[in-house]
Design a protein around this ligand. Structure first.
Ligand SMILES: NC(=O)c1ccc[n+]([C@@H]2O[C@H](COP(=O)([O-])OP(=O)(O)OC[C@H]3O[C@@H](n4cnc5c(N)ncnc54)[C@H](OP(=O)(O)O)[C@@H]3O)[C@@H](O)[C@H]2O)c1
Length: 161
């Protein structure tokens, strides 16, 4: 399964100045639960923000300029290379496209499922999740969480053509 996993605000912000511009305790739980034991594919800047491979999963960094190699981490020059690498070397694991904007844009047509955290706020940012045709997906709301900044875990599953 190729999935895409993202959290964005009502104005579709995913990032600001190289970081995620909100802190909501517990909000990253679904990211951890879904990606653990699987493969995450991320762009160079997102990787640099974290600064190390995430534990208990395999990280593929997409970059034409840098090379990060570590235990459970490789770098490849294109998104297609990343997907090929995962399919060949981690055939039993799910693939999660994990940002940022370039990976999401190129990866959207490839993902069967979009695991989206809808952050119920307007927050300033400089990096956005692309618009997509929601009518091509079945949407389920999996969980709604109240709080200072409420959020919902939703899943969009691509309809059969
Ligand atoms: N809210 C969320 O769920 C979420 C998730 C992830 C990231 N973020 C945020 O998003 C921001 C980072 O995103 P970003 O879009 O600026 O950067 P990014 O996608 O993380 O990294 C961009 C770099 O990755 C490489 N790259 C990306 N797409 C590529 C492609 N299709 N083919 C080849 N190389 C590709 C290039 O590296 P080279 O220049 O080295 O070639 C590019 O300069 C941060 O603010 C971060 O906090 C938010």
């Amino acid at each position: 399964m190729i999935g895409l996993i993202v959290a964005y605000t009502k104005n579709r912000v995913i990032g600001n100045k190289g970081a995620i511009p909100w802190r909501i305790k517990g909000e990253q739980r679904r990211f951890r639960e879904l990606t653990t034991g699987n493969v995450v594919i991320m762009g160079r800047k997102s990787y640099e923000e974290i600064g190390r491979p995430l534990p208990n999963r395999f990280t593929i960094v997409v970059s034409r300029t840098a090379k990060f190699e570590a235990e459970n981490c490789v770098t490849v020059p294109t998104l297609n290379d990343a997907i090929e690498y995962a399919k060949k070397n981690r055939p039993d694991e799910n693939i999660y496209l994990s940002g940022g904007a370039g990976i999401y844009k190129e990866g959207l047509p490839l993902a069967e499922k979009l695991f989206i955290t809808e952050v119920d706020a307007v927050i300033e940012g400089d990096t956005f999740f692309p618009e997509f045709d929601e009518s091509k997906y079945e949407k389920t709301v999996d969980e709604e969480v109240d709080g200072e900044i409420p959020y919902a875990y939703v899943t969009y599953t691509k309809k059969e053509d």
